[in-house]
Ligand binder design. Structure first.
Ligand code: MG
Length: 170
C-alpha cells in the first residue's frame, strides 16, 4: 500500500475489520460452522453451505482491506456458489491480503445461538480457520455465546456471527 497524508511512514499500516452475518434455520440434520460439520436438528439456510461464522470472518477481512463484502466478490445470484463450501470465500479474502503484501495477524469470531452447543467443536473450528489462513491456531479465537433466549437467536430461529480481524502491512 502506498502511504498517504493519512498514513505517514512512521505509523505502521495496521487495519482492523469487522464482519457480521445471520443465517436462518431450515430443515436438516447439521450445520457447518468455521468449516466444521456439527450435528443438529436443523440446518442453516443459504445459497452456499451457509457457514455463517466463516462468512462473518470473510467480511471482516474484506472490511480491513476496504474491499467491499462477500456479496461483492461472490454474488448470490451466481449459480456457481450454490452449495459451495464457504472456505472458497475465505481463501479469496486471504489471497487479496497476500496480493497486497499484508498479513492477517489475528481473528476473533463470536457465534451466537442457543443450540447446538458449540464448545466441544471450538478447537476444531480454530484449527480449521488457522489452516486456511496459514496462521498459528493461537492467533484464531472462536467464542460461542447465547442471547439468554432473547431475540431471534434466543427463539432458535437462526445463528448469528460476528468477527474481528487485524491485518498488518509490514
Ligand atoms: Mg452469509
Amino acid at each position: 500500500m502506498t502511504n498517504t497524508a493519512d498514513t505517514p511512514p512512521a505509523v505502521p499500516d495496521m487495519r482492523t475489520g469487522n464482519g457480521f452475518d445471520v443465517h436462518a434455520f431450515a430443515p436438516g440434520d447439521h450445520v457447518t460452522l468455521c468449516g466444521v460439520r456439527i450435528p443438529h436438528d436443523a440446518a442453516l439456510a443459504g445459497h452456499s453451505d451457509a457457514d455463517v461464522a466463516m462468512h462473518a470472518l470473510t467480511d471482516a477481512i474484506l472490511g480491513a482491506l476496504a474491499e467491499g463484502d462477500i456479496g461483492t466478490h461472490f454474488p448470490p445470484s451466481d449459480p456457481r456458489w450454490k452449495g459451495a463450501p464457504s472456505r472458497i470465500f475465505l481463501e479469496k479474502a486471504r489471497d487479496l491480503v497476500r496480493a497486497r503484501g499484508g498479513v492477517i495477524t489475528h481473528c476473533d469470531i463470536t457465534i451466537v445461538c442457543e443450540a447446538p452447543k458449540l464448545k466441544p467443536h471450538v478447537p476444531a473450528m480454530r484449527e480449521n480457520i488457522a489452516a486456511i489462513l496459514g496462521i498459528e491456531t493461537a492467533r484464531v479465537s472462536v467464542k460461542a455465546t447465547t442471547t439468554e433466549r432473547l431475540g431471534f437467536t434466543g427463539r432458535r430461529e437462526g445463528i448469528a456471527a460476528l468477527a474481528t480481524t487485524t491485518v498488518v502491512f509490514p
